[in-house]
Design a protein around this ligand. Sequence first.
Ligand code: ADP
Ligand code: PEP
Ligand code: K
Ligand code: MG
Length: 570
Amino acid sequence: MASACRSVLFKPTSIPPRRNPPLLASKKNQDRCVRFRTVRCAIQLDLKEVATAETVKEEPKLSFSGRLDAVSEADLREKGFLGLRKTKLVCTVGPACAQPEELEVLASRGMNVARLNMCHNTREWHREVIRNVKSLNEEKGFNVALMIDTEGSQIHVIDHGGSSSVKAEDGSAWLFTTEKYEGFRPLVVQVNYDGFSEGIVVGDELVVEGGMASFKVTEKLGKDLRCTCIDPGLLLPRAKLSVWRDGKLLDSNPGLPTLSTKDWADIDFGISEGVDFIAVSFVKDANDIKQLKSYLASKSSESIRVLAKIEGLESLQNIEDIIEASDGIMVARGDLGVQVPLEQIPTIQEEVTRLCRQLNKPVIVASQLLESMIEYPIPTRAEVADLSEAVRQYTDALMLSGESAVGSYAEKALSVLCMASCRMELWSREENRQSLLSQDQLAVSLPERIAEQICNCAVDMANNLGVDAIFVYTKHGQMASLLSRNRPDAPIFAFTDSSSTRKGLNLHWGVIPLEVPLSDDMEYNIVETINLMKVGGALKSGDSVLVVSDISPTDAMSAMSQSVLVRTID
Ligand SMILES: Nc1ncnc2c1ncn2[C@@H]1O[C@H](COP(=O)(O)OP(=O)(O)O)[C@@H](O)[C@H]1O
Ligand SMILES: C=C(OP(=O)(O)O)C(=O)O
Ligand SMILES: [K+]
Ligand SMILES: [Mg+2]
């Protein structure tokens, strides 16, 4: 049957190419329906011709099970294929949303990945959250992936016992100390790292949290520093420190490894709890990622995907190598804003997002997306404009930090992300902003180039034909990600027999991953998955699906392992 699939591969039809099919419910859409029926007839004819030439079909070997996750199923019922949100959503889990009922609310409102920031709280606390998320997936049919985010080696202020923020007045004299003490001492700042003042000289500037307040170093007292406030402001708990000399940032922790002893222990914890992603903070170069990946391989945990957080100058200097070495990227704008002038962050975000798409790695835009919603039930206009711009740049995912971890309106913040992303995705489609990337060839070897070309052309074809959905059968997620890279109009349903591939694909734009047993017999996979989706009510008679496969067929006559075809549903 695989040969039947291939025989309609790119079969020319007489249908003129149509770019930018108008969307549902518009006047123009009636035109789309009329034309679309013609398309369907033409393809149906092809399939019928093929069907008569078929050889005897083997008995099915596998029984199909598996289902859509509960959220996609509900969204599909309510909004149809084109209404499915493409941008993925990551929520940081903290005390404000860690109870099973609270996690369930976030999962049902579209959280694709739950992030645990290992900077905060105990491993026991994180273990409980991980287990709660896994139980929800099993019992309620969600497909929420789990990410741990390493603490990394970072110099910051320790909580000022009691008060949430301390004012620094212009000209006031302060002591920055490594001494450990409990409680509050006026005009003293406790710093977390013993070696923080190494390399700092009198005249250097200490900048708190990218500009919340600044101090000039006036004297070195052993490991401590006496300073004068030169730019008044606020000191918040755990505020980050950076050191500047003559207007240039100093590498304030040159001797510290990217992954500390505590980070390695957290990574072992993540492996033993079966998380899906590890996000590495303060990545400096590709070796940081390679080292972790080989460690995961040595523990037979290579299915855990490693994300590099871009949050420092060094990571920007080595950006391409880091993207290539990692399984995805987080534009961590919080710490980035401590190291680079704020006005440079928008262009860095856009460039990193573009590079990630070119190199086919998912990218998360993170931090302060809806910062005001930590306290208020609605966002600012500027926040909505910012996150919409990230969606317009086709980021794979958006992330909530404090908004979900400690905010009073986690659920509302998530709804704002959902609504704003759907709106911008719709607008982008209407404006025909999806541009094919065929000019940016990614692959090197012939089989890889074939896969890439097939995905580029398949998306072009899917858009031109206005199919309802794209189906892809994938072991490791490669073809699904290549399809996603082209940002098609239709959602990509990725069928895989690997639970880790399913979870990994959770971060990819427009991909809805399902876990099903897959056969070598591609026709069998197609028929069974179409049935599966019909039974679940996702596919209806008259819908059309473009099918892409990268499962090698058993048919020895075939030189190609990939195929593309279009099916209409009876
Ligand atoms: N597991 C947790 N336990 C307690 N508080 C947390 C936890 N995770 C996050 N938070 C709180 O939420 C805030 C925002 O989270 P995040 O952006 O991940 O961390 P940070 O601000 O330290 O970079 C943190 O400053 C912290 O106050
Ligand atoms: C996401 C970030 O990292 P963290 O919250 O761990 O500091 C950031 O700095 O933007
Ligand atoms: K972190
Ligand atoms: Mg950070």
